[in-house]
Design a binder for this molecule. Structure first.
Ligand code: GUN
Ligand code: ZN
Length: 437
């Protein structure tokens, strides 16, 4: 029997990249809208007065008269084993990895710990309105096993991979080129395309993989077309200098990844802060994705992601937005967008709320190549939705009391002042997966 449900509220869904402030042609908006979901997928969206009479009798309708109903938010770079690394004091990338991150990631040798953290992690994503993420596991295959099992149980769509690293890390955290290949292959065959789970080949970054291991990563991508690749690129000056020392014959950091066949439209490259023009050209030519992680870049003092340069119309590079927990400091994509705005302000530009919300939803779905499944409130997409309350704190309500009621302004308040408290509810395949207390 068809499971039918409906959600009623102020529905907002983007149809195109907004061209500028107030670009009304970039989105659909129903001030009193209804979305109907059957067996997990959206089958109708439109004005409530038109759609309500078409619902089968006794269809449950969750009504949010004042709230915005958007597609579930999407996080394009986050680390499962770093939920207890967040807020670690006083270091930049390479020292942070050694002093905090590699210590914490060793605990994932225990599958019980991995399972406990996987539950916390998905609870926290859903509490923040995030329904899909691209996730780094630890080096242990069991970390990804735990994550996918928990995601499957909840019906969420996740992309994840076991980290590959065979050097410059503690011996208890290293694999080899061969075991990384075999373990990744086994996870791909078990999980990739099973329900809504997808695999990403995940060499941590060039510093922690030998040439043999990067070769193995490329071989996996060739053997399994359609899987993603995720890694880090050009986040920190000491990192870049180390890569130059380790790969003296390559023209650049980006060229290392290119040599091993790791750049394609399914490649998600975290950070991309300090890149030379020839490297940007390699990214543009391969249609790879540069993933902007503002809270992480500010917290670790890594540098300022240059949106305008990355997005240069002469050779545009695809962009995604992400939290990068635990280098990043918030699970909330609202907070992340708010910090992203400040990163742009530090470079003399700004970022419209329409563009930021487009990025968190349709933009990130396109970056992941999943826009036929998620990222918009439209027929055929999954019923993954977030319900946002822009008056969730006294400060936000007070601020909006002085507003003329413009949608752009409400969205800007949400991304500047909002966080998990603004998430009234999160739906996965039409079922409520989180409701604010
Ligand atoms: N570069 C290599 N590993 C990591 C990581 O875990 N976090 C961040 N932010 N950068 C990295
Ligand atoms: Zn990262």
């Amino acid at each position: 029997m068809l499971q039918t449900s409906a959600i009623r509220g102020r529905i907002l869904s983007f149809t195109a990249e907004p061209a500028g402030y107030g670009d009304r042609s970039s989105y659909d908006y129903w001030a009193d809208g209804l979305v109907r979901i059957e067996d997990g997928r959206i089958v109708a969206v439109g004005a409530a007065d038109r759609l309500l009479p078409t619902l089968p009798p006794a269809t449950p309708v969750d009504h949010y008269p004042d709230d915005l109903v958007l597609p579930g938010l999407i996080d394009c770079h986050i680390h499962l084993p770093q939920t207890q690394v967040v807020a670690s004091y006083g270091t930049q990338l390479l020292e942070w990895l050694q002093r905090y991150t590699f210590v914490e990631e060793q605990k994932f040798a225990d599958p019980g710990h991995a399972a406990t953290v996987a539950r916390f992690f998905l609870d926290e994503l859903l509490r923040n309105g995030t329904t899909t993420a691209a996730i780094f596991g630890s080096v242990h295959p069991a970390s990804v096993e735990a994550l996918f099992s928990e995601s499957e149980r909840r019906g969420t769509a996740m992309i994840a991979g076991k980290v590959m690293m065979d050097r410059h890390a503690p011996p208890t955290l290293t694999d080899t080129a061969t075991t990384a290949y075999d373990d990744s292959k086994a996870l791909i065959e078990r999980w990739h395309g099973r329900g809504r789970q997808r695999y990403a080949v995940t060499p941590r970054f060039a510093i922690t993989s030998t040439e043999a291991q990067l070769e193995a990563a490329g071989a996996l991508l060739r053997a399994y077309p359609g899987i993603h690749l995720q890694t880090h690129l050009a986040e920190n000056h000491d990192e870049i200098a180390t890569v130059r020392r380790l790969f003296p014959d390559d023209a650049s950091y980006t060229a290392v990844y290119q040599r091993f066949g790791l750049l394609s439209p399914r490649s998600l490259l975290g950070h991309c802060i300090h890149l030379a023009e020839d490297e940007l050209r390699l990214l543009a030519d391969s249609d790879a994705v540069a993933v902007f992680c503002p809270t992480s870049n500010l917290f670790m003092g890594s540098g300022l992601f240059d949106h305008a340069r990355i997005n240069d119309p002469g050779r545009p590079i695809r962009i995604a937005l992400a939290t990068d927990i635990g280098g990043g400091t918030s699970y909330s994509l609202l907070r992340t967008a708010g910090e992203g705005y400040k990163v742009q302000q530090l470079q003399g530009r700004s970022w419209t709320a329409l563009s930021a919300f487009h990025q968190m939803t349709r933009g990130n779905a396109r970056a992941l190549g999943l826009d036929d499944e998620i990222g918009t409130v439209s027929t055929g997409r999954y019923g993954d939705l977030v319900v946002l309350d822009a008056r969730s704190t006294a400060a936000m309500a007070h601020r909006l009391d002085a507003s003329e009621g413009e949608l752009d302004e409400e969205l800007f308040v949400l991304m500047t002042l909002g966080d998990d408290r603004a998430v009234r509810a999160t739906y996965v395949q039409g079922r409520c997966a989180h409701r604010r207390a």
